[in-house]
Design a protein around this ligand. Structure first.
Ligand code: GYE
Length: 321
């Protein structure tokens, strides 16, 4: 009995000491409960994003219920329904695809549980179904990738054969990164996208699809991959085909996670458009405001940059993810 009481005392003391004076002494009952449905663990970006959310929930004293949908919409819908049943205070999620959310979002609204979109958008026309959307501007990211290419081939007239590895079919980043890039390169007919297929944001799929691209097209000049992981998989395929990534085939990716930045510094990738996964602190801030009934902006866009090979070398030692 005495031992049990001693064990119990530790978490209670920890709770009381975390600086949240608004909480009843150690009961935890005043804590905001946040249900978060994550897309999966498909990429380095996602792993860093999950860690950011878990760490910052802890720091903010928010009770986090977390579930991983393994890139399946039906799993996310199940998770959201279960959060509604559990009567969490707020639901946040990163929608794997853009369409098909209206029904479950209406269920949350009817239950008076506010929803925050994190990282990816939905295409619901009824914007009252969620309070705010925090994440990157993916069209802008695609444009930045296109801008680099236009500059890189400035003054040249020969055809530039491009292959594209798209993210998860139907996802906001895949749709928007394709669009932004396509819009920019459309201005010059020398740029030709000769193949474009999904690699599902994973290394394994990126490698597999790049192998097929290489077999079907002997003359690829540029690879545009919608994330680092697919680009890293593709690098293996390119090396396997006896070509030099970054030299024989120029590579542009999006994300700027550590492994991608390393490949950029090593000269195997030529340019990376940054997409920050560290959304946790801003998300918790929004959760607290929404819970307190404060008005929040309908859209919160994350700030990000781009990296050349030289810039990657400079920032790699201090890169967080
Ligand atoms: O770029 C990719 C991840 O939604 C921004 O999802 C995110 C994307 C990210 O799997 O690596």
């Amino acid at each position: 009995m005495i031992i049990a009481a001693g064990l119990l005392a530790t978490p209670l003391a920890a709770c009381g000491g975390d600086g949240d004076s608004g909480n009843d002494a150690g009961s935890g009952s005043d804590k905001i409960v946040l249900g978060f449905s994550q897309v999966g663990a498909e990429s380095g970006w996602r792993t860093a994003n999950t860690k950011s959310i878990q760490d910052s929930a802890k720091e903010a004293g928010i009770e986090l219920k977390f579930s991983d949908a393994q890139q399946k919409q039906e799993n996310q819908i199940k998770a959201i329904r279960s959060y509604i049943q559990q009567k969490v205070d707020i639901i946040a999620f990163s929608p794997v695809v853009e369409s098909g959310w209206d029904t479950v979002l209406k269920e949350a609204k009817d239950a008076d549980i506010p929803v925050i979109l994190t990282d990816r958008a939905v295409d619901s026309t009824d914007t009252s179904l969620y309070k705010t959307f925090i994440g990157s501007d993916f069209v802008e990211e695609g444009k930045k990738a296109g801008d680099w290419l236009v500059k890189e081939y400035e003054g040249k007239t020969e055809t530039v054969n491009i292959v594209e590895l798209q993210g998860t079919t139907g996802s906001a980043p895949a749709n928007d990164r394709k669009k932004g890039f396509g819009d920019v390169i459309a201005a010059d007919p020398k740029f030709k996208v000769i193949a474009s297929q999904t690699g599902d944001f994973t290394r394994a799929k990126g490698k597999e699809v790049m192998e097929a691209f290489l077999k079907a097209n002997p003359d690829i000049d540029v690879l545009y991959a919608h994330n680092d992981d697919m680009g890293l998989g593709a690098i293996e395929a390119i090396e396997g085909a006896g070509k030099k990534p970054g030299v024989d085939i120029k590579i542009i990716t999006v994300d700027a996670v550590k492994d991608g930045m390393q490949a950029l510094a090593d000269g195997k990738i030529n340019y990376i458009v940054e997409c920050s996964p560290l959304l946790g602190p801003q998300l918790m801030d929004l959760v607290e405001k929404v819970h307190a009934g404060e008005t929040v902006p309908a859209r919160v866009v994350t700030e990000e940059t781009t990296f050349t090979q030289e810039q990657a070398k400079a920032v790699l030692p201090t890169r967080q993810y």
